[in-house]
Design a protein around this ligand. Structure first.
Ligand SMILES: O=C(O)CCC(=O)C(=O)O
Ligand SMILES: [Fe+2]
Length: 278
């Protein structure tokens, strides 16, 4: 294993150890320009191929710790108002099936965890977002997730309830598992129900597919950009690290969210060495 998590990063392209260097500043500038243009910055080749191999081995070992949740949800991820007209986008339920390994069961030796806890990585993401200080999310489950998706899994069209999500692509599925987005379809002032409704009825004319090439770090504004993970088929698991940050320190998620997504509400004090835990 790498002795410093920075050894997982391609430091020639992204010199996180030298934040004053022209190469670093140029990478930040490119990321900011992409955020401004379409609400997503693709930091390709953030982890070099040897690091990706390490992350894959780690993810394959961690996959057994995932909690599988499935059901039907709306794009708005909340309990709907059933007094709305029945064809309203807020009442449109879609199936999902996802598996998530929460932060509290990811060992401290995991390279994914080490990257998440690396100060230089946080500072780089903060510089790209350019909206003041960010903090690792304080939720013991949601701070870092390994999303593991396999045959039959999918994540329905939705808006995130947080401002931004940072994902690290680790392994692609055999088939499907694309990250589809309609960038900035809504704003805080305009829900754009006509366009959202058309999309949910199958009009994909505005959809952009972002390549989830292993090693790519994606900084994404999900609150106003509707997105989904397309249905997966085949034997290869899709592995993505989801790194959560907040603009306020100390924020945590609700017990209901924990129960639905992780099947537990009480975190482990330290990540279990064995699985199932002894
Ligand atoms: O797995 C992904 O690529 C994205 C997941 C996502 O959109 C979410 O967890 O809100
Ligand atoms: Fe999302």
């Amino acid at each position: 294993m790498a002795s410093s998590p920075l050894q997982l990063v391609d430091l020639e392209r992204y010199p996180l150890d030298d934040p004053e260097s022209p190469v670093y500043l140029e990478a930040v500038h490119r990321g900011r320009a992409q955020m401004a243009e379409r609400g997503a910055a693709e930091i390709s080749g953030f982890c070099h191929p040897r690091a990706v191999a390490e992350l894959v081995a780690d993810a394959e070992a961690l996959a057994a710790r995932a909690f599988h949740s499935r059901g039907e949800g709306t794009a708005y991820l909340e309990f709907p108002d059933f007094s709305l007209p029945e064809d309203h986008p807020r009442l449109r339920f879609m199936p999902y099936a996802v598996r998530a390994v929460p932060y509290d069961v990811i060992p401290r030796t995991s390279p994914l965890r080490q990257l998440y806890e690396c100060e230089e990585v946080t500072r780089f993401i903060e510089a790209i977002l350019d909206r003041g200080p960010i903090y690792p999310y304080a939720d013991p489950f949601g701070a870092l997730n390994l999303a593991v998706m396999g045959d039959g899994d999918e994540l329905q069209w939705h808006f995130d309830q947080t401002d931004f999500v940072v994902s690290l692509a680790i392994q692609a599925a055999s088939e499907g598992g694309d990250f589809d987005v309609v960038p900035r379809i809504r704003t805080a002032e305009d829900e754009a129900y006509d366009r959202v409704g058309a999309l949910l009825e199958g009009d994909e004319s505005e959809v952009v597919t972002l390549a989830m090439t292993p090693g790519t770090l994606l900084v994404f504004e999900g609150r106003n950009s509707i997105h989904r993970v397309s249905p997966i088929a085949g034997s290869a698991l899709r592995h993505v690290g989801l790194l959560a940050y907040d603009t306020k320190p100390g924020t945590v998620g609700s017990a209901l969210l924990r129960e639905n997504r992780y099947g537990r509400t009480e975190p482990f004090a330290t990540p279990p060495l064995d699985w199932p835990p002894k």
